[in-house]
Design a protein around this ligand. Structure first.
Ligand code: ADP
Length: 501
């Protein structure tokens, strides 16, 4: 399901961002495209909500709690709605009674989803020039939140049902344009899973009040990570797809040949549009067609970019077939996939050689990944010329060896001092052998390999949802700080790690 939804989203967001980047646009076209982009982002948000609900129901809730100064968190949350409120002269008010340093263990992202839903409903129904208030109180062992508006209120016929999935009022005064009846259902499921409760009271004509009660697990404020002012709270707004960066024209490098394996014709068109024009592209429809093309090709491609879900032969089957062949095996493969974290097969990818990109992806992301793979390939080829492989170095042995390397490193990456010497020692081989193998097989230098391993591990931790906090991810993979991780991540993967958290 997720694939069916994310592919068309990629095809909306990607091409729109691309088109918006065109400097020759008329003002009218620009405005229309911006509206299309806003709506696609909205659609993406809805899709994410539906997926959230199905996931919650299928696997239950996995809470990621962190000590949080509640007051700071709420100020940050409200600031995301400020512009909308101001545009309709609505006073958005925080009435906070507890001690401002009150610190709780909270799953910020989930609380943000809950409060975000309540606040956006309140703002949706509030008349211009009115007040929307968020009140917070400490009550016994609970945190009590109230979101109050001066809108039309909720009819008694509707009130018992508003938390049902897909429920929408039939009453004309409560009809909201573009409503789906998902928001409150998701909010309530999240609240219940967090051990709290959510309910509403309303006097028609006098506005509505939504009550949220959550058990308060107090923490010492010392350990609370301050919430950076002005940072975008994850989950409310989705970051727009980055406009593609203009690729550096390659001056003397030979034209790289890419084989694109993709059944969706729209996605084919999008890829043709965003891939730098100096690549020589061949596009085929599925894995089987790719193998036929390779069998007859005069020159093999330098890189294969393939979707996973395709008729006849999917991306993984294609990869399997490529690895059976000595000639095709060295070709780097990048997979386009809808689901990353869940798939173990992706984690077994050859370091420095194979990669995957999750949909929806941006032009920048794709370009950065391809360039990275081609750079490693060039380095491998160069080494191959100077240092031909030894007889026992069959491609298969080397793949197994690289996998062992990764497993060995994985256990030690949390140590920031961990280096290539330690790695060689743990692998039971000489440093020289290690350097040589890494160059030959992954196209990476000794220093690059440790960094690459740290970044791959960081991506895995983020994608599998094990961490919601960049600083902790950085720590777990032995990098100095969240900022440093962000910078390296962006250079390597073409996007900010915050987009995946
Ligand atoms: P949506 O707003 O997308 O339809 P929700 O689950 O957020 O879905 O809300 C369900 C219904 O509850 C809305 O259609 C509306 O009738 C009612 N509702 C929610 N919040 C308010 C509010 N603040 N004032 C009046 N009606 C509300």
């Amino acid at each position: 399901m997720s694939h069916e939804l994310r592919t068309p989203l990629t095809l909306l967001l990607g091409p729109i961002a691309y088109a918006l980047n065109d400097t020759g646009l008329s003002r009218q076209s620009k405005k229309l495209l911006e509206a299309a982009r806003r709506n696609s982002l909205h659609l993406q948000q809805l899709v994410n909500e539906i997926l959230d609900i199905s996931k919650l129901r299928a696997t239950g809730l996995d809470l990621q709690e962190q000590p949080t100064v509640l007051f700071d968190f709420l100020e940050e949350t409200l600031s995301a709605f400020q512009a909308l409120a101001e545009s309709r002269s609505i006073l958005l008010q925080l009435e906070y009674l507890p001690d401002p340093a009150w610190t709780l263990a909270l799953d910020r992202q989930k609380l943000l989803k809950i409060l975000g839903n309540l606040l956006s409903n309140a703002l949706k129904y509030a008349p211009n020039d009115s007040t929307v208030a968020l009140q917070v109180e400490k009550q016994a062992g609970d945190a009590m939140f109230r979101v109050q508006d001066e809108g039309p209120g909720i009819h008694p016929d509707d009130l018992p049902y508003i938390f049902d999935l897909y429920y929408q009022s039939k009453r004309p005064e409560n009809k909201a344009e573009g409503g789906t009846g998902i928001g409150l259902a998701l909010a309530r499921e999240l609240v219940q899973a967090m051990g709290g409760s959510l309910w509403a009271e309303s006097k028609p004509g006098k506005g509505s009040v939504f009550f949220l009660r959550l058990p308060a697990q107090e923490r010492s404020s010392e350990h609370a990570e301050r919430i950076a002012r002005g940072s975008r709270p994850a989950g409310v707004f989705y970051s727009p797809v980055e406009p593609p960066t203009a690729p550096e024209p390659a001056i003397s490098a030979p034209v790289a040949r890419l084989l694109v394996v993709e059944d969706n014709t729209d996605l084919q068109t999008f890829l043709r549009a965003i891939l730098p024009s100096e690549y020589h592209l061949t596009v085929v429809d599925n894995g089987r067609a790719a193998l036929e093309y390779l069998s007859g090709a005069e020159r093999l491609p330098d890189l294969i970019l393939t979707d996973v879900m395709m008729p006849e032969m999917d991306g993984f089957q294609l990869l399997e077939a490529l690895r059976q062949s000595e000639a095709w095996r060295p070709i780097p493969v990048i997979l386009l996939t809808a689901l990353a974290g869940a798939d173990d097969r992706l984690r077994a990818f050859r370091i420095g050689v194979d990669d995957y990109i999750t949909k929806p992806f941006s032009a920048e992301e794709l370009t950065v990944r391809i360039e990275n793979a081609l750079r490693n390939l060039a380095a491998r080829r160069e080494w191959m010329e100077t240092e031909p492989a030894e007889p026992e170095e069959t491609a298969e042995n080397i793949d197994i060896w690289l996998q062992q390397l990764r497993e060995t490193a994985r256990l030690n990456l949390g140590n920031p001092q961990f280096n290539v010497n330690d790695l060689a020692e743990r692998m039971g081989i000489s440093r020289r052998t290690l350097y040589r193998q890494i160059r030959l097989r992954a196209g990476l230098s000794a220093n690059q390999i440790i960094q690459e391993l740290r970044l791959l591990q960081a991506r895995e931790l983020i994608e599998t949802g094990q961490y919601r906090n960049l600083r902790l991810v950085a720590e777990a993979v032995g990098l100095r700080s969240a900022n440093y991780l962000s910078r390296l991540y962006r250079e390597r993967f073409g996007k900010s790690p915050a987009d995946d958290l």
